[in-house]
Each structure stands twice: as structure tokens, then as C-alpha cells.
Design a protein around this ligand. Structure first.
Ligand SMILES: [Mn+2]
Length: 326
């Protein structure tokens, strides 16, 4: 892939913190060096350029340029291109990221790299490292490579193209737009931006109605979704079987079938000892209990009795306003 590209820009948070293992740093160095093209790294808030920065403690290969000072301009004469940006210098650094940069006159292409959150009135406000939309509009850049948010997103303003490439892999369920890089083509036709999927991990949410199911059946059902590259969220609803607590921990390695498994239990526990005397006959719920009790007593088989018992449980829970039939 790298053979068809001239430059790689990493818009911050390449490392999750400033103390990655030697192994991780070696892995990153090896692969970036192997690209054999210039790589610009902007320190983000997770890997900020403070005194303990990973970028100070390790030396990086020649082709990697780390932005170390505010308002840096890195010229690439062969490409007739300049990359400008300000690194994050401490975890609470709140200095402007785009404002104050100006287009150099001696370059054809002008790219800004910035690591922060856009300020969009009514949607995202008063966030640290905020970037106003008007800063994009007035930047005079050909392209702004944004980092910090994990989903691929287009925030172009006016004639300035500005994108979050997003994270190369999702790290949580809310990151369905992650797993991409932004591929930029600069030509006489202008600036073309494409999202290229490179991620291997996907996210999915499912909900299971567990009414009448045993823990074993629920585990079997969840295991049908098994994939080592899947972030799965399972919401359980319905009614837990009487006298059978659902213990999904009985399968201790259920989560090992997934990249990440999250189970949210919204189910309702069956009622113990529903007694007609607790509910007056004049109330709908009292009428219902008496009707179902009659059916339980007169059931002609075990199956028929079980169905009537479950109907009584579900009906009472529903009449109490519980959501058991989602
Ligand atoms: Mn960040």
C-alpha cells in the first residue's frame, strides 16, 4: 500500500500513553521505517510531548518526523508541500491548535495536522483542546488532518477539506465508524479524500429475550455470535425463569470467544409467590391472578400448567409496568 503514497500523517495518540512497552515501540518503529516514506507524527493528548514523552525517551528512524514545537512547519520540497501543526505539550495543554498558523508562500500544498475536538454549538461544546469550525474555514489550508475522535468524519468547511481519519480499529461499541484511514490525493483537480477500510474488528449489538430460557441456552445463543474480531454487546430482556438464577459466569470463558463482550442484563426476575390476597378483586391485576390461578389448578397436563404459570408471571409483571416482552 505504501508504494503508492508519498507521505503518512499520524494526527496524534499513536500511543495510548507515554509508557508503552519497548516491544510496542519497536513494533511501531519497525513498521513505520519499512514504509520508506516520510511519516509525520503529531503528539496527541495520550502521547503528549512532555518531559516523559515516548518521543523523547526513544529515538525514531530517520523517515519519522515528530512535531515537537508549537506552530511547526515541516517542508517537503520534493512534494512541494508543507505540513504545519502544534503538538500537545502536556495532558492539560489547551493552546490553540489551528489558530495562529498561516499558509507559507513558498509551497504549493499546505496541510495542517491538529489533535482536538471540534466545537459545534448544540452538539459538542466546551471541550478541552477545542477547535472552532471557523478556525477550519479561515485556515487557508488545502487539507486538515484531524485526530482525537475515533470515527471517520468529514468536517470540511468552505474550501478547506478537513477530516478525522478515525482510529484504525474500534475500541468500543460506539465506534462503528472506526477502522479506516483517510487517503488524500492532491492534484490539479483539487483535493480528493477517500476513506479506506483497514480495520479487522467490527462492532455489533443484539438483544435477547430470555423468557423461558435456561442459563445454558442463553450461553449457547451468545456463543453462536462468536468471533475473535467482534466487539459484541448483548442486552438481555424478558423474564428470568422461576427459581433459576441466570449465571452466565458458569461459562467462564464466554468472553474469550470475542474481541470484547459486554452483557447488559435488563431482564426481570420472576415473582415469587404471587398471592391473590395481595391484589383486590376489583383491580385488573387481581382479576388476572384469579383467572390464571383457576387455569393452573385445572390444567390437564404438566405442560399446560407450566404455560399457565408463565402466563401469570408475565401478565403480572406487564400489569405492573415492567418491560418483559421487548
Ligand atoms: Mn486524543
Amino acid at each position: 500500500m505504501s508504494s503508492s503514497y508519498d507521505l503518512l500523517i499520524i494526527a496524534g495518540d499513536l500511543f495510548n500513553d507515554n509508557s508503552p512497552s519497548q516491544e510496542t515501540v519497536d513494533y511501531v518503529k519497525y513498521h513505520l521505517e519499512n514504509l520508506a516514506i516520510p511519516v509525520v507524527i503529531l503528539p496527541g493528548n495520550h502521547d503528549c510531548y512532555d518531559s516523559q514523552s515516548v518521543y523523547r525517551r526513544y529515538s525514531f528512524p530517520q523517515n519519522i518526523k515528530i512535531i515537537q514545537e508549537r506552530k511547526s512547519y515541516l517542508p517537503f520540497p520534493d512534494l512541494d508541500l508543507t505540513v504545519a501543526g502544534s503538538p500537545i505539550l502536556s495532558p492539560h495543554d489547551n493552546q490553540p491548535l489551528i489558530r495562529g498558523l498561516s499558509r507559507p508562500t513558498n509551497t504549493r500544498w499546505y496541510i495542517i495536522v491538529a489533535h482536538g475536538s471540534l466545537q459545534i454549538p448544540g452538539r459538542f461544546e466546551s471541550h478541552a483542546r477545542a477547535i472552532g469550525l471557523e478556525e477550519i474555514t479561515s485556515s487557508n489550508a488545502d487539507y486538515i488532518a484531524l485526530g482525537d475522535w475515533h470515527n471517520f468524519a468529514d468536517y470540511s468547511q468552505g474550501s478547506v477539506r478537513a477530516f478525522y481519519s478515525g482510529a484504525p480499529e474500534p475500541t468500543s461499541l460506539t465506534q462503528e465508524g472506526a477502522g479506516k484511514v483517510a487517503s488524500i490525493t492532491l492534484s490539479d483537480q483539487g483535493v480528493e479524500v477517500e476513506s479506506l477500510p483497514i480495520g479487522t474488528i467490527s462492532t455489533r449489538s443484539i438483544s435477547l429475550n430470555i423468557s423461558g430460557s435456561s442459563a445454558r441456552q442463553i450461553i449457547t445463543r451468545i456463543r453462536q455470535e462468536a468471533s475473535p474480531n467482534l466487539i459484541l454487546k448483548v442486552t438481555l430482556n424478558g423474564m428470568k425463569r422461576l427459581g433459576e438464577p441466570i449465571d452466565l459466569e458458569m461459562d467462564t470463558d464466554l468472553s474469550s470467544y470475542f474481541y470484547y463482550l459486554q452483557i447488559k442484563d435488563d431482564s426481570v426476575t420472576a415473582l415469587d409467590n404471587i398471592s391473590a390476597t395481595d391484589y383486590p378483586e376489583t383491580h385488573v391485576i387481581g382479576q388476572y391472578i384469579r383467572l390464571l390461578q383457576g387455569k393452573i389448578v385445572s390444567a390437564k397436563s404438566d405442560d399446560e400448567r407450566k404455560i399457565a404459570e408463565q402466563a401469570m408471571q408475565l401478565g403480572v409483571l406487564l400489569l405492573q409496568g415492567k418491560e418483559v416482552l421487548k
